[in-house]
Design a protein around this ligand. Structure first.
Ligand SMILES: NC(=O)c1ccc[n+]([C@@H]2O[C@H](COP(=O)([O-])OP(=O)(O)OC[C@H]3O[C@@H](n4cnc5c(N)ncnc54)[C@H](O)[C@@H]3O)[C@@H](O)[C@H]2O)c1
Length: 249
């Protein structure tokens, strides 16, 4: 308890899955949390649930591909709380296709959400973080951003996040702003429901994972909590891999 006491956090894609779990954990650790999504109904439900825990959570609509929506949300947060200490760029989509099966429209869509969305998020919080002389940005990439996978456009979008993270860390370290990426393996959420509903694929993925199980959202949320908190004050530009040993082979 209290690992984020006094901190103000913004989490994108927080209406379900890992983002909602991160919001829950951050509230339990004393942060004030604004979480955003395009799924407004789900977001409002999570907001009510989190506020029942006794915390201060606010849901706001934010499509991560739209710069004006980022600017609006960030200015509202600064108006309400006076600062933003933490940004978690969590929103993402998956398209389970290889190079030849992927259309140009699908390529653009996934880069827009997974890669441009992270760029816009970082850009929008830099002014308040620079003013404060501190901040922690956590970008959710994937093991697919580290090694090749069957999902071409997804891997490319997550690889972009890995290096944008390092550029941000290098450029804004002197301003007191840290930026790290998190690389989950297979987490059981809505995103992987379709993939894991195929018993053959699920079994093959399990065989590839030394720990022999898939992760749950809280496995990633605890890693994000560490990077968001001052416990990681000397950590920037790093890659935290949460994959049950998948990429260790
Ligand atoms: N589930 C996994 O196995 C896995 C593995 C590695 C990385 N990831 C990454 O973790 C993050 C969270 O995924 P999850 O597993 O919780 O999946 P999820 O589908 O449950 O959650 C993703 C959230 O992002 C939101 N979102 C999608 N497009 C958006 C947009 N344009 N603007 C705002 N929000 C948008 C969705 O509405 C959803 O709430 C994603 O970036 C994903 O790529 C997931």
């Amino acid at each position: 308890m209290g690992r984020l006491l006094g901190k103000v956090a913004l989490i994108s894609g927080g209406a379900r899955g890992q983002g909602a779990e991160e919001a829950r954990l951050f509230i339990q650790e004393g942060a004030k949390v604004v979480f955003t999504d395009i799924l407004d109904e789900e977001g409002k439900k999570i907001e009510a649930e989190l506020n029942e825990l006794g915390g201060e959570a606010r849901y706001m609509h934010l499509d991560v591909t739209d710069e004006s929506q980022w600017d609006l949300v960030v200015s509202k947060i600064v108006e309400i709380y006076g600062k933003i200490d933490i940004l978690v760029n969590n929103a993402g989509i998956l398209i389970e296709k290889g190079v030849e099966e992927t259309s140009e429209e699908e390529w653009d869509r996934i880069q827009n959400v997974n890669s441009k969305g992270v760029f816009l998020g970082i850009k929008s919080v830099l002014p308040p973080m620079k003013n404060a002389g501190s901040g922690s940005i956590v970008n959710i990439s994937s093991v697919a951003g580290l090694i090749g996978s069957a999902y071409a456009a997804y891997g490319a979008s997550k690889g972009a996040v890995r290096l944008l993270t390092k550029s941000t860390a290098v450029q804004y370290g002197p301003a007191g702003i840290r930026c790290n990426s998190v690389h989950p393996g297979i987490i059981e959420t809505d995103m992987t429901e379709n993939m894991l509903s195929d018993p053959e694929i699920a079994e093959q993925r399990l065989q590839n994972t030394p720990l022999g199980t898939f992760a749950v959202a809280s496995d990633v949320a605890y890693a994000v909590l560490y990077l968001a908190s001052d416990e990681s004050r000397y950590v920037t530009g790093s890659e935290l891999v949460i994959d049950g040993g998948l990429t260790a082979k």
